[in-house]
Design a protein around this ligand. Structure first.
Ligand SMILES: Cc1cc2nc3c(=O)[nH]c(=O)nc-3n(C[C@H](O)[C@H](O)[C@H](O)COP(=O)(O)OP(=O)(O)OC[C@H]3O[C@@H](n4cnc5c(N)ncnc54)[C@H](O)[C@@H]3O)c2cc1C
Length: 472
């Protein structure tokens, strides 16, 4: 981890005086201060470890407000934390301070069927909400692959999404309003309970994706959608990446685009041939998984339209659409790819770049060229319907020759993405991992404005220091 504090203002360590005052606000069981307890909150999905000085298990927005007021007064960093599944170090105490866990704020406060909304606390697990909603024939569309463990607060802070984003959009499209606590303990409410509403700045969307650097989200009013009654999945295997990626762009022009379009490159297919029961044409160099969703009657015609479009690209193999149960086997194989990569190399550098769908072919070609030049295996798969590809560099962290090539290679990949009109992150966010590159994408003036906005919300710089903004 970097050793200097890149926030705009100095932050102070947790002292015994601070802990005494914290004990006056919370019950003893809500403050974790032993090393073993703190270590349990020192990780996320980056593999980096950073032990906080103290962990607080808040139970209400009133408690969050009291804790923030104290931290602000004593300039102690606050790191909001959901389930710790983030990929960019966002929930880690990079510079010490208090990890504020929302795990006990896990109530579904209300499901208002007629208004198609739910009000939830931030620690509700995404998958638990979906289970509760299915009884009403509804769902909340953001579908990160981590949905069985990640929280709604984490989804909001990272603007999470998954394969369904091509049809249903991302978290920012499905939040009506928020309750949030600012650094000085002020509780604000943004948005409301209606999908229309144009009064004032859109603070809801400013907080979505702010990675815990502006405020702690303590309640969310979520927009819901009718749960599709049926889904159909088909697979198409192509002899070239070009054909597969061009087919994706063409699919964007059909009447009802698929609810998910996943791309897997040739290296991914080799892994699936070895590690799964899927039969994949031996000459296949790329595969698309194509899912449609809707009413039972609609899905048949949608699947037909999608498959006719795909057929014009002469795939080597095209399976007929199958229902949810058979599709699960295919999705399981797709989701096994990440764990399989961990077996192939001691370390995987997983980037989640995104380009306009019409430029996917240029992205994959460019990345493949870089992989060949630097002689590091790079495996590409992801949510092609949004142009969002996981670019996985397989490396050995103990090999200095290999590791010396990684940063320059990432720089080249990021420059390519930006040249193609894309973004450096479609899902994972910035955290500590991409903060050195944010200026490449947003530019100097926008970055200054963003720092100024941060300063208005959090003048002392206590909210999640070290995240999003590059070192200054
Ligand atoms: C196996 C796996 C698959 C994944 N797949 C996807 C995917 O498909 N799509 C995707 O988008 N992401 C994916 N992720 C990343 C991650 O799951 C998401 O970013 C998720 O939204 C993080 O939720 P969390 O509760 O774990 O948040 P945490 O990791 O605890 O925190 C993430 C960030 O949110 C902030 N935060 C958390 N709660 C609050 C709050 N209440 N108020 C303010 N800030 C808060 C934290 O400070 C931190 O910056 C995946 C991760 C894993 C491990």
């Amino acid at each position: 981890m970097p050793d200097s504090n890149p926030s705009q203002n100095a932050v102070s360590p947790v002292t015994s005086g601070f802990l005494d005052r914290l004990a006056g606000i919370l019950n003893p069981g809500q403050i974790l201060s032993s090393k073993a307890q703190r270590e349990a909150y020192a990780w996320d999905n980056t593999g980096i470890r950073a032990i906080p000085d103290c962990v607080v298990l808040a139970q209400s927005s009133t408690e969050v407000a009291k804790v923030l007021r104290l931290c602000n007064e004593m300039a102690v960093p606050v790191i909001p934390r959901g389930a710790g599944t983030g990929n960019v170090g966002g929930a880690l105490a990079a510079y010490g301070g208090v990890v504020l866990s929302t795990q006990r704020m896990n109530k579904i406060v209300e499901i208002a069927n007629n208004d198609r909304l739910a009000v939830v606390e931030p620690g509700v697990i995404n998958g638990d909400l979906q289970t509760a909603l299915s009884g009403y024939g509804l769902f909340w569309p953001p579908d990160p692959s981590s949905s069985r463990s990640c929280t709604i607060g984490g989804n909001i802070a990272m603007c999470a999404a998954g394969p369904g984003a091509v049809r249903f959009g991302v978290t920012r499209d499905w939040v009506l309003g928020l309750q949030a606590v600012l650094a000085d303990g002020t509780v604000i409410n943004t948005g409301g309970r209606t999908s229309k509403g144009v009064v004032g700045y859109d603070l809801t969307r400013l907080l979505i994706g702010s990675e815990g650097t502006l405020a702690v989200v303590t309640q969310a009013t979520l927009k819901l959608a009718p749960k599709p009654q049926a889904r159909r999945l088909s697979r198409a295997v192509f002899s070239s990446v070009q054909d597969a990626t061009k087919a994706v762009a063409k699919l964007m022009t059909v009447g009802s685009p698929p609810s998910a379009i996943e791309f897997l490159d040739g290296a991914s297919l080799n892994l699936l041939r070895n590690e799964s029961d899927l039969l994949i044409h031996e000459d296949g160099c790329a595969m698309l998984l194509l899912e449609v969703a809707g009413t039972a009657a609609d899905v048949e015609s949608q699947a037909q339209e999608v498959n006719s479009c795909i057929a014009t690209f002469s795939p080597l193999e095209q399976t007929p659409p199958v229902g949810i149960e058979e599709a699960q086997e295919v999705w399981a194989a797709r989701y096994e790819l990440s764990p399989i990569l961990k077996k192939l190399a001691p370390k995987r550098v997983n980037e989640d770049v995104v380009v306009p769908v019409s430029k996917l072919n240029l992205l994959i070609e460019g990345v493949e060229e870089i992989a060949t030049e630097i002689d590091i295996p790079i495996i590409n798969f992801g949510h092609a319907g949004n142009g969002n590809i996981h670019v996985n560099l397989l490396v050995d962290p103990d090999d200095p020759v290999i590791m010396a090539k990684v940063k320059p290679a990432l720089g080249r990949i990021f420059k390519l993405v930006l040249q193609l009109g894309g973004s450096l992150s479609g899902e994972h966010g910035v955290g500590t991992q991409k903060r050195d590159y944010i200026e490449w994408e947003v530019g100097d003036d926008s970055l200054k404005l963003q720092r100024n906005i941060k300063g208005v919300f959090d003048p002392k710089g206590i909210m999640n220091p070290g995240k999003i903004f590059p070192n200054v």
